[in-house]
Design a protein around this ligand. Structure first.
Ligand code: SF4
Ligand code: FES
Length: 249
């Protein structure tokens, strides 16, 4: 396949950045999107040019690092897949492909296609955990019976990989789907209920501090989420947050 890539190039945080065109040839339809970028980078290095910086780690849809806006869609044209799971057979010979980083105030561009998603880490640090007494009396988690449908809902929420597609695709740059999933995966389970009130208040407060926008129920986040995280998690978080606000000082 021969393609024309239009790639966002930006030297650093303060650089203005611009789209640069790269013609690429002999791309196999069986390559993943990131393998195609590897080929482009090899060619740039051979020519003595700066390779395109992009984020990746597992290349298996697990880590959430490979976050690209491809032809105006978070993680590209596929549904339920991350950029690393996207294959070049999704494109046609002769296509022009625009590749940009996530666009959100809370995710500043570090270089080219790499953004700083540490705002998500700070939200997790503010409450996305369960405190466990490790002095020797820790109860085996499996000793507490949990109804199957509750365990399933918690598991579904826990499949969020923190990629940030929900934020990037939302016109308000809202992080509600991510935070809703991270609150739900714990608050649904008995072990997570102990700190549920403080957790939801702290995580929502941190989310607001980081500069993410409000949710206006467009549902775009759910559509673009590679893990199919449901809007129900936002509704559950809103209910938990309201209850926490009314019942605690
Ligand atoms: S909710 Fe979905 S889109 Fe948002 S960070 Fe989690 S996996 Fe990514
Ligand atoms: S590189 Fe880990 S999800 Fe894509």
């Amino acid at each position: 396949m021969n393609l024309t890539l239009k790639v966002w190039r930006q030297k650093n945080k303060s650089d203005k950045g611009k789209i640069v065109e790269y013609p690429v040839s002999d791309i196999s339809p069986e390559m993943s999107f990131l393998e195609m970028l590897d080929v482009v980078n090899d060619q740039l290095i051979e020519k003595g040019e700066e390779p395109i910086a992009f984020d990746h780690d597992c290349r298996e849809g697990i880590c959430g690092a490979c976050s690209l806006y491809i032809n105006g869609e978070a993680h590209g044209p596929g549904r339920g897949v991350t950029t690393c799971q996207l294959h070049m057979r999704s494109f046609k010979d002769g296509d022009t492909v625009f590749i940009e980083p996530w666009r959100a105030k809370a995710f500043p561009v570090i270089k080219d296609l790499v953004v700083d998603r540490s705002a998500f880490d700070r939200i997790i640090q503010s409450g996305g955990f369960v405190s466990v007494n490790t002095s020797g009396n820790t109860l085996d988690a499996n000793a507490i019976p949990i109804e199957k449908h509750v365990a399933d809902m918690a598991f579904d929420a826990a499949t969020c990989i923190g990629c940030g597609a929900c934020v990037a695709t939302c016109k308000n740059s809202s992080a509600m789907l991510f935070v809703g999933a991270k609150v739900s995966q714990l608050s649904l389970l008995p072990q997570g209920k102990v700190e549920a009130t403080e957790r939801v208040k702290n995580m929502v407060e941190q989310m607001d501090k980081e500069g993410f926008g409000s949710c206006t129920n467009t549902g775009a986040c759910e559509v673009e989420c590679p893990k199919g995280i449901s809007l129900e998690n936002i509704a559950r978080m809103n209910r938990d947050f309201l209850t926490a606000s009314l019942t605690s000082a």
